[in-house]
Design a protein around this ligand. Structure first.
Ligand code: RUB
Length: 304
């Protein structure tokens, strides 16, 4: 497979959701760009490969963040003589990917400490970050139960149930509309969800339905915990930009072609509903998102 074909293939897999989840999208796009670099692409070719990947899914900011960082690394490496520049860039991008992949284990380590024996937890969608937190708590010998929302229309909750069963976690599938009832009647103590984007003000974008779960959690007095790598924080939101909320095909919802369908894939949970955000750097209140952005994305403000 030529390297551009690999880029197009990766973009197609992200669009079709064969590759999904904000962290995995960023990792796979970065790997595709690494292969382009390894083939000796010029900077312009790297930019054109990046453009093919950038818009594959519009809401998860982890994707443009990873791409922009690789382009920044390429600019920096390009200040050297060409063979040195190539070797340097390959090393830098390889270590960036390794770091990205490693963040999930750090969050698992930190987030699992929040889980106590006897906890009943609810989750929505399929976040590999959240499932790694839950799996780590299980490996640490904690006894707890999980309720997983099925997550219409794409049923990512089924993946969550499978992931957690493989990890030996006691997990039960519920329909999305049973979230509040389950909180009240099954003594849910904590909600854990992932994120696609974190705004500078601490608001969180995640799978459609997350904000309803957060509203229900607030009413039911249940802690609402977001687990997210800092690559999902949005530098553009510091300048007032808001990511587009992806709307997907009506065929995901129904095969009745004659009816009107509105199918947003994500929603925004206001920071007031979020008790804490678990990142690879530690646990922060949502209001601290701005400080994380200033530090994590210093390179994009010309500050490194
Ligand atoms: C996935 C989703 C996940 C976040 C975080 O939506 O909303 O909760 O992406 O996932 P989709 P992770 O299925 O539409 O991609 O923690 O794995 O990055």
């Amino acid at each position: 497979m030529t390297e551009m074909k690999l880029v197009e293939d990766t973009a197609a897999k992200i669009m079709s959701m064969e590759v999904r989840g904000a962290l995995r999208i960023a990792v796979e796009a970065s790997k595709a760009l690494l292969s382009v670099i390894e083939q000796g692409a010029t900077f312009d070719e790297l930019v054109s490969a990046s453009d093919k990947l950038r818009d594959a899914r519009p809401t998860a900011v982890s994707l443009p963040n990873a791409i922009n960082y690789i382009l920044h690394l390429a600019e920096e490496a390009g200040k050297n003589e060409p063979t040195v520049a190539k070797a340097m860039l390959i090393a830098d991008v390889t270590s960036f990917i390794k770091e990205l992949e490693g963040t999930i284990d750090k969050i698992a380590e930190i987030g699992s400490r929040l889980i106590e024996n006897g906890d009943v937890i609810l989750t929505h969608c399929n976040s590999k970050t959240v499932t790694s937190v839950l799996a780590k708590a299980k490996r640490d010998g904690k006894q707890f139960k999980v309720y997983a929302c099925e997550t219409r229309p794409r049923y990512q909750g089924h993946i969550t149930v499978k992931d957690l069963m493989e990890a030996g976690v006691d997990v039960t599938l519920i329909v999305d509309s049973a979230a509040y009832y389950t909180m009240l009647h099954k003594d849910v103590k904590k909600v854990f969800v992932g994120a696609d984007t974190v705004y500078a003000n601490g608001d969180i974008i995640n799978k459609i339905g997350t904000s309803q779960v957060a509203l229900a959690a607030k009413t039911a007095g249940v802690e609402f915990i977001v687990c997210t790598e800092s690559i999902k924080f949005s530098p553009a939101s510091m300048m007032g930009e808001v990511p587009e909320i992806e709307e997907r095909e009506s065929s995901e919802v129904t095969d009745m072609k004659e009816i009107k369908v509105f199918n947003p894939a994500f929603d925004v949970t206001p920071k007031e509903y979020v008790h804490m955000v678990v990142t690879e750097h530690g646990i922060i209140p949502p209001e601290a998102a701005y400080s994380v952005l200033k530090e994590r994305f210093a390179w994009s403000f010309g500050e490194d």
